[in-house]
Design a protein around this ligand. Structure first.
Ligand code: GRF
Length: 194
C-alpha cells in the first residue's frame, strides 16, 4: 500500500512494448476525479509501440530506451524515473524483464498485469495453454513485480469464462477488455489517501 499526501495524485510511469491498450485505459482513468494517480511518463523499448503515438498526441512525456545493453538501459531508466518524479511503475505489455538490481535500486513499487489467473500460466502464450487444457475459466491478474517472473504478490484478479467456441484470439480479446477495468482498479486499491 502507498499512502498519498493529502489530495495529491501519485506520479506513475507506464512501460509498454506493443499496442498499449492497457496504457490507454490507465490514461483515461487517470483523468477521472476519483483517480489517485497521474501518468507522468510512458516508456518503451520499441520505437514502433502503438501507445507512443497516443502519448505524443496527448503530450504525455515519452521515452524510447535502447535495450542493446541491459545495464546501460536500466541505468538510463532509473535516471529518467528520478527526473520525472516517478513513484510507481506499471508494466503493461513490457516485453523486458527488469533485473534484480534495478528492482532494488528503484525505490517505488512496480506492478504488472498478466493475462491469466496467476499462479497458473506464468510467462507467454497463456491463452493457448488455457484452450489446450480446456480450462473453464481464465482471467487476468495485477500483481507486484519481484525478481521471479509473474510471481509477486497478487493485488487483484478477474475471472473470465472460457467457452467451447473460444480460440486463443477470441479469449485474448475478452480477457483484455477485463484487463482495462482491472488495472486502474488495482492501482486505486493500493493508493491510500491520508
Ligand atoms: C496484455 O494482455 C497484458 O496482460 C500482457 O500484454 C498485453 C499487453 O497488451 N502483459 P496492450 O499492449 O496493453 O494492449
Amino acid at each position: 500500500m502507498i499512502t498519498l499526501n493529502g489530495s495529491k495524485k501519485i506520479g506513475i510511469a507506464v512501460f509498454i512494448s506493443g499496442k498499449g491498450s492497457n496504457f490507454k485505459s490507465l490514461y483515461k482513468f487517470s483523468k477521472k476525479k476519483n483517480s489517485k494517480f497521474k501518468i507522468n511518463l510512458v516508456l518503451s523499448n520499441n520505437i514502433n509501440a502503438g501507445g507512443l503515438k497516443f502519448a505524443r498526441k496527448r503530450k504525455i512525456k515519452n521515452e524510447i530506451i535502447n535495450y542493446k545493453n541491459i545495464n546501460l538501459a536500466e541505468n538510463k531508466i532509473l535516471y529518467i524515473l528520478k527526473k520525472n518524479n516517478i513513484q510507481l511503475i506499471c508494466l503493461a505489455g513490457f516485453m523486458r524483464i527488469l533485473s534484480k538490481k534495478f528492482l532494488k535500486k528503484f525505490k517505488g513499487s512496480v506492478l504488472n498485469i498478466h493475462p491469466s489467473l496467476l499462479p497458473r500460466y506464468k510467462g507467454l502464450n497463456t491463452h493457448i495453454k488455457v484452450i489446450q487444457n480446456r480450462d473453464k475459466y481464465s482471467g487476468c491478474t495485477v500483481h507486484y513485480v519481484n525478481s521471479k517472473l509473474d510471481s509477486g504478490k497478487i493485488i487483484l484478479q478477474k475471472k473470465v469464462r472460457v467457452y467451447k467456441r473460444d480460440n486463443p484470439k477470441s479469449l485474448a480479446k475478452r480477457v483484455l477488455s477485463q484487463e482495462h477495468i482491472l488495472y486502474p482498479k488495482a492501482l486505486n486499491k493500493i493508493l491510500i489517501n491520508t
